[in-house]
Design a protein around this ligand. Structure first.
Ligand code: ADP
Length: 512
């Protein structure tokens, strides 16, 4: 007999993935449906009806291919959206959303963000929300709506904050969000875990339409008749609210326990880890998100350019070559170069974490006549590894460094075994490359469903949930070489501010 299973739905930025996962974490079936994004100037919008239709279709496909009766449906999705819905829209009979959803990447409320920082105080905002304040936040967007779409704003029954909040409302009729999503909005008083009503009142914004905050492993409701008919799923199926995608991806990549790392070595990357306590200073671009357990934190730092540094170098060093062949050549040459023979500072487009300097730029230090393409390519990989280590150190204070545990690495750079080994050696811990990193969101959601069903007690992802492609322990010799160069890397970064400022002054478009 087949093992019991759950369904999970991840509403991402470009489409929705539905999946069926067995109690042991095995992926039994999955389906994907894309939806469009409307971008115009600073505006970035999606239609919640597209989310809904794509989700119902993807669920239908998965439920017909698995057959049988799932134990629950868990949700996750993009966070920090502004979604206004009408009262009583919590079924699939009529429409619910009032206008398009304004996505986190929409920057139309830049002026309002500045205005709020001046009126309320930037430091106070950072201290209360424990997250950077800019136009992606909900307070600036709500202020914009109250002035430019006042009818929609004033007539809305509920404000929702994530694509999964919207689907939960439509499937079960409950207007709710989860602690992880709430903590990204700037509307949460982080330390108390409750809505920052003082901020909303000070800005003259509504406080009567905020969603209820429910636990990410809580049953938010049960599938209503129409949703059941449209998906082929049983009426009354428990729906687990789940959490915003940063939370479920962290859980789904095995980083839900203290000190575990989750790294994305993409064009611009990020490094996240779970801390038991102690929100960090957000002025250096560090995000403090509430862990899906509602108690601990997921802290995240995102260097402005990560693997994108190697893209730049590839274009420069192998101009006429096919992309894949050029990466292969650079990896082969770099693997023959001596570790730590050059130093590279990976700030091609300024830096935002763990220090903020828009004028910062990249540099090679230590070039000699003997420096060839392989030495330079290796230095680029090592420089990115140092940058991620400095983010890790900012997120995980030096005193506990020795206890830092391993983690996973995903993103395009993880295709390079050399780069993974360099990163593991620079961080001093083992890194794993998961087999299907794109499934981390649905795995995390399925794990939350499993918690709701009493299948798991802790927050550690069972090993069977995370198939691994390759594991990279640190190379002891490289680790020693990197330890010797990391201090000088930090020193150079800290001392170059005046040079970057002077160079910026001469750049076209500079106003100084
Ligand atoms: P994005 O972050 O833009 O969504 P990816 O996660 O696919 O995209 O990451 C792209 C990055 O992966 C590129 O910047 C490139 O430097 C890096 N990359 C891709 N393939 C390789 C490779 N074989 N070796 C090293 N780096 C690679």
């Amino acid at each position: 007999m087949r093992e019991a299973f759950v369904l999970a739905l991840d509403l991402g930025t470009t489409g929705v993935k539905a999946a069926a996962l067995g109690r042991s974490g095995a992926l039994l079936a999955s389906a994907y449906r894309a939806y469009p994004t409307a971008s115009q100037g600073p505006r970035v919008e999606q239609d919640p009806r597209d989310w809904e239709n794509a989700s119902l279709e993807a669920l239908r496909e998965v439920s017909s291919s698995t057959g049988g009766r799932p134990e629950a449906l868990a949700l996750t999705g993009q966070m920090q959206d502004l979604i206004l819905v009408c009262e009583g829209g919590g079924d699939l009979v009529g429409g619910a959303s009032l206008g398009p959803a304004i996505l986190y990447s929409d920057t139309r409320a830049r002026a309002e963000a500045e205005e709020i920082a001046l009126a309320y105080g930037r430091d106070r905002l950072l201290l209360e929300a424990r997250n950077p304040h800019d136009a992606s936040g909900l307070a600036p967007k709500l202020l914009w709506m109250s002035r430019n779409a006042s009818l929609l704003y004033s007539s809305a029954g509920h404000l929702l904050l994530g694509a999964h909040d919207h689907l939960a409302y439509r499937l079960c009729g409950r207007a709710a969000t989860d602690p992880t999503t709430a903590s990204t909005t700037g509307l949460l008083d982080y330390d108390s875990g409750t809505w920052n009503l003082g901020l909303l009142k000070a800005l003259g914004l509504r406080t009567d339409f905020l969603p209820e905050i429910v636990g990410s492993d809580e049953i938010v409701g049960r599938l209503q008749a129409r949703a059941a008919a449209l998906t082929g799923l049983p009426i009354g199926l428990p729906v687990i609210h789940g959490c915003g995608d940063a939370g479920s991806t962290t859980l789904g990549s095995g980083a839900g326990e203290e000190g575990r790392l989750s790294i994305n070595l993409g064009t611009s990357g990020w490094l996240a880890l779970t801390r038991d306590s102690g929100a960090l200073d957000s002025s250096k671009g560090i995000y403090n998100l509430r862990h899906p357990d509602g108690r601990r934190l997921i802290v995240i730092g995102a260097p402005a350019t990560a693997a994108g540094n190697l893209d730049w170098f590839r274009d420069l060093a192998c101009p006429a070559m096919d992309r894949a062949a050029a990466f292969e050549l650079l990896n082969a040459e770099a693997s023959r170069a001596r570790p730590a023979s050059l130093l590279y500072l990976p700030y091609l487009a300024g830096e935002r974490s763990p220090f903020t300097d828009g004028d910062a730029r990249a540099a090679f230090i230590g070039l000699g006549r003997e420096s060839g393409r392989g030495e330079l390519a290796r230095a680029v990989m090592e420089g990115v590894a140092f940058s991620l280590r400095s983010v890790r150190d900012a997120l995980w204070d030096g005193a506990r460094e020795g206890e830092a545990r391993g983690g996973t690495v995903v993103g395009g750079g993880a295709r390079s075994a050399l780069w993974c080994r360099i990163l593991a050696s620079a961080l001093g811990c083992e890194l794993k490359v998961p087999t299907s990193p794109g499934d981390a969101g649905v795995r995390g959601a399925a794990f939350l469903a499993g918690r709701a069903l009493g299948w798991h007690s802790g927050w550690e992802l069972p090993q069977s949930y995370l198939p691994v492609d390759a594991s990279y322990p640190p190379d002891q010799e490289w680790a020693r070489a990197y330890e010797g160069l990391y201090g000088p890397y930090r020193g150079l970064q800290a001392s170059l501010g005046p040079a970057w400022k002077a160079l910026a002054a001469g750049r076209p478009g500079s106003t100084s």
